[in-house]
Design a protein around this ligand. Structure first.
Ligand SMILES: [Zn+2]
Ligand SMILES: [Zn+2]
Length: 255
């Protein structure tokens, strides 16, 4: 299993951080979790094959997680010759079909028509969804927007949990317990804390419960980057923590 953070930014435009996007590769699956502004461009810049993404999973409908979905579809259709013929699954929480349908009057009524063939799947939290024979996706509701979910990807003896945007919720930590990698948002410093985002100390508290082999932090609003993020996490979590950048990647041995 390989995890690559493509975009580690937020709604705040940033010269070095594209908005949210993470690539998870396991077996035949190349899953893109979230697709905010500049994520498709960053994939090209990093030499990641956007052409062969097999699944796109959306954590929630905020623009910094969704605006490049249309960019990616048009890339597959008009940005390569011949147009992509292999089907793609677009996955999101309930309401996701409505989000994509709402893009049609904006980007073209043919947006969701082939090529490529698109399967649109609304995945209810708690349900397993098979991405391939040996790869399972599951979601958990998290406190951010009404539809927001975190994702767990399990395959070939490994498990990664992606928090998406979330406030502090011990249920997320319990759900993530024992995962190999917890990719967790880390939006705000204590002075700007909100119930819908995490601070470094809250990331540390969640990780202390979840005990991931590796805590990876992403989704940094500029004010939190002036803090000692790793130091504040370490007040609560003694394990390994990485503050990632666009293009950071980790390969886990598969069993
Ligand atoms: Zn966000
Ligand atoms: Zn959000």
């Amino acid at each position: 299993m390989k995890i690559t953070t493509i975009g580690t930014g937020t709604a705040a435009p940033h010269p070095e951080r594209a908005q949210s996007g993470t690539l998870i590769e396991v077996g035949s699956v190349r899953l893109l979790v979230d697709c905010g502004s500049a994520v498709v461009l960053r994939m090209a810049a990093l030499g990641l094959r956007w052409q062969s993404i097999t699944h796109v999973a959306t954590t929630h409908f905020h623009a910094d997680h969704t605006t490049d979905i249309a960019t990616l579809i048009y890339g597959w259709r008009y940005g390569q010759l011949p147009p992509r013929a292999e089907p793609v699954e677009l996955i999101g929480p309930p309401g996701f079909q409505g989000l994509l349908d709402a893009m049609k009057p904006v980007f073209g009524e043919e947006l969701l028509n082939p090529p490529p063939p698109l399967a649109i799947i609304e995945l209810p939290p708690g349900m397993d969804h098979q991405l391939a024979d040996d790869v399972v996706l599951q979601s958990l509701k998290v406190p951010h927007t009404p539809e927001s979910v975190a994702y767990s990807v399990r395959g070939r003896g490994r498990r990664v949990v992606v928090s998406g945007d979330t406030g502090f919720d011990p249920a997320l930590a319990v759900w993530a317990e024992g995962c190999d990698v917890l990719l967790c948002e880390c939006s705000l410093p204590d002075a700007l804390a909100l119930p819908t985002h995490l601070t470094p100390r809250q990331c540390g508290t969640l990780a202390a419960i979840a005990r991931p082999k590796q805590l990876v932090l992403t989704h940094f609003y500029p004010p939190v980057e002036t803090e000692d993020i790793a130091g504040q996490v370490a007040e609560h979590f003694g394990g390994s923590v990485v503050c990632c950048h666009d293009g950071w990647s980790l390969e886990l041995e598969e069993s």
